[in-house]
Design a protein around this ligand. Structure first.
Ligand SMILES: NC(=O)c1ccc[n+]([C@@H]2O[C@H](COP(=O)([O-])OP(=O)(O)OC[C@H]3O[C@@H](n4cnc5c(N)ncnc54)[C@H](O)[C@@H]3O)[C@@H](O)[C@H]2O)c1
Length: 265
């Protein structure tokens, strides 16, 4: 039986976008092909074949992608989420977009009207399956993120990360509130909230310390006689943890792979 190849469009060609593209190319059994790449930065796509470069996202439908993957910024979902989902399926890595109730509603309604699907990758969330499967029983879900300040985009927080000289709590409160302040840094918090008990009941803490050189995410959920404790410690480049590119590729593959083999679900 021949396998239909899944056509993938990529938005954002930075650390994650480049790595995902390479992983699609490196896996002959992926059953996927990249049909366009878009990035707003002049020069980001230098070296790619001209046929793959999509200059204007408004023209995305011409490439007839089966799945468009955002790896750029939550603004892409705000600006283009509806347009993309009117035509095809959409996975967005910048999950903080979902903390805006209007965006969540827009995505839900568009998928219903047009028979398309939106996807959130688990990304930095180890154990998202366990959080989701038991979402009805959790009394509380707490997320603590610890990072070096240089790896936190503080532009919207009104904080200069170079001036932080000691351990500092940058946020302590509901996940709904941290997403617009650190939209590029707390996608993990947003995915935990969406998988579990929601943006208003999930409790987020962000701590920075210039003495640290790793990123730590700790998740603690409890309720219904179940307790879940997960902690991951990893290197970090820019705003992205070392394990994230492979994790995002795995999610793209889970959705898009039509190749042969034995598949984990
Ligand atoms: N879900 C997760 O667990 C997770 C983990 C890490 C990072 N992220 C998010 O993934 C995204 C990409 O991360 P990265 O490390 O590859 O970042 P990066 O800065 O290395 O690359 C982002 C690229 O997107 C482009 N871009 C930014 N805004 C754009 C826009 N509006 N339209 C088109 N292109 C745009 C930039 O020019 C850049 O080339 C970020 O939003 C980041 O917050 C999610």
């Amino acid at each position: 039986m021949p396998h239909k190849r899944t056509r993938i469009g990529l938005i954002g060609y930075g650390q994650i976008g480049k790595a995902v593209h390479q992983m699609v190319k490196d896996d002959p059994d992926s059953g996927m092909e990249v049909v366009f790449v878009h990035d707003q930065a002049a020069g980001a796509l230098d070296g790619l074949p001209r046929s793959l470069v999509l200059d204007d996202l408004a023209d995305f439908a011409r490439a007839e992608a089966d799945l468009v993957v955002e790896m750029a910024h939550p603004d892409v979902t705000r600006r283009w989420g509806r347009t993309i989902l009117e035509k095809t399926n959409y996975m967005f890595v910048s999950v903080t977009a979902l903390a805006d109730r209007e965006i969540e509603q827009m995505l839900l309604e568009t998928t219903r009207q047009h028979g398309t699907r939106a996807f959130i990758p688990h990304g930095g969330v180890v154990g998202m399956d366990a959080l989701r499967e038991n979402r009805a029983v959790w009394d509380s879900v707490d997320v603590v993120m610890k990072k070096p300040p240089k790896n936190v985009d503080c532009a919207r927080a009104g904080v200069d990360p170079t001036q932080i000289t000691a351990e500092t709590v940058l946020y302590d409160g509901p996940t709904r509130g941290i997403c617009p302040i650190f939209p590029r840094n707390v996608n993990t918090h947003a995915a935990i909230a969406y998988a579990g008990i929601g943006f208003d009941r999930t409790h987020s803490v962000m701590v920075v310390n210039p003495a640290w050189n790793t990123a730590v995410v700790s998740i603690h959920a409890q309720g219904g006689g179940i307790e879940l404790n997960v902690e991951r410690v990893e290197g970090i480049t820019g705003v992205t943890g070392a394990s994230t590119p492979a994790s995002i590729y795995n999610s793209v593959q889970t959705i898009g792979s039509t190749g042969p083999g034995i598949h984990l679900r």
